[in-house]
Design a protein. Structure first.
Length: 275
């Protein structure tokens, strides 16, 4: 007998690879939903077909406008609507934030079903400290913006978690090595699939490995928190010179201090010598 659902928005986590990871509750909600809002109807269609379900699918992705949201809000005020992403938990680096915010503002019931999440799974596999972690989504595409983002996160005393794509992996590992020297890094990929892998090491070690064995699939990158002691093998002069190529001595010293934990005044004095 089909479960009856009240009108509202139901946020449903879907498998990130292995279809066996769909929860029983997720299946029940998808079966009872009046419509399914999804990023790509082809991807969600395959999942629904696997579950033996035929549902009205409404596309809702990063390009959705105000009109698309209003239509969904009107629909969920009168019937249950399930929101899914292509894989994993919706809203985690996926569209949906504005839809949930508006639904709550209009007193439309919102329920979230726990389920698969690549960032959390990678955290449990990595062997890196997990008492505190920060999910930072995707780093910027451009090199300078990527380095700036990493520099901003350098002092955060928590394991950093990023999503990444295979074509950008080498460049991102290089940026991590330059901005966050001495940190252990883990690369988790193909999670829940046949060739699942979680490899850890220094950025240079991982770069060498993936240069010889190009990565495929979606990737989660994890970076260990800063150590209480600066790494012994850090080339401070090289870091300062790299920063001085784009910044004033005071800014260069501040950025290197954040990355290494070294004294800012001493770094500024050295930056003036190198200038």
């Amino acid at each position: 007998m089909e479960q009856s659902l009240s009108p509202g928005l139901y946020i449903v986590a879907t498998p990130i690879g292995n279809l066996g990871d769909i929860t029983l509750r997720a299946v029940d909600v998808l079966r009872a939903a009046g419509a399914v809002a999804c990023e790509d109807t082809r991807v969600t269609g395959k999942l629904l077909n696997h579950l033996g379900l035929k549902k009205r699918m409404i596309r809702y992705d990063d390009h959705a406008g105000e009109g698309d949201r209003e239509r969904l809000l009107a629909l969920m005020a009168s019937e249950p609507v399930a929101l899914v992403s292509d894989a994993g938990t919706p809203l985690i680096s996926d569209p949906g934030y504005r839809l949930v915010k508006l639904a709550r503002e209009r007193d439309i019931p919102v329920t979230s079903l726990p389920g698969p999440n690549a960032a959390v799974m990678a955290m449990t596999l990595s062997g890196l400290p997990n008492d505190r972690f920060l999910f930072a989504g995707f780093l910027p595409n451009k090199a300078k913006a990527r380095e700036d983002a990493l520099s901003e996160l350098a002092p955060v005393r928590a394991t950093l978690i990023f999503y990444e794509t295979a074509p950008r992996l080498e460049a991102t590992l290089g940026a991590i090595g330059a901005v966050l020297p001495g940190r252990e890094v883990a690369v988790a990929r193909e999670l829940t699939k046949r060739f699942e892998e979680c490899r850890s090491g220094t950025p240079s070690e991982l770069s060498s490995h993936y240069a010889a064995h190009p990565a495929k699939g979606e990737i989660v990158l994890l970076v260990a928190p800063p150590s209480d002691e600066p790494a012994e093998d850090v080339d401070v002069d090289a870091m300062l010179q790299a920063e001085l190529a784009q910044n004033k001595p005071s800014q260069a010293a501040a950025r290197v201090a954040k990355a290494t934990g070294l004294d800012r005044k001493s770094l500024y004095a050295r930056a003036m010598e190198l200038k």
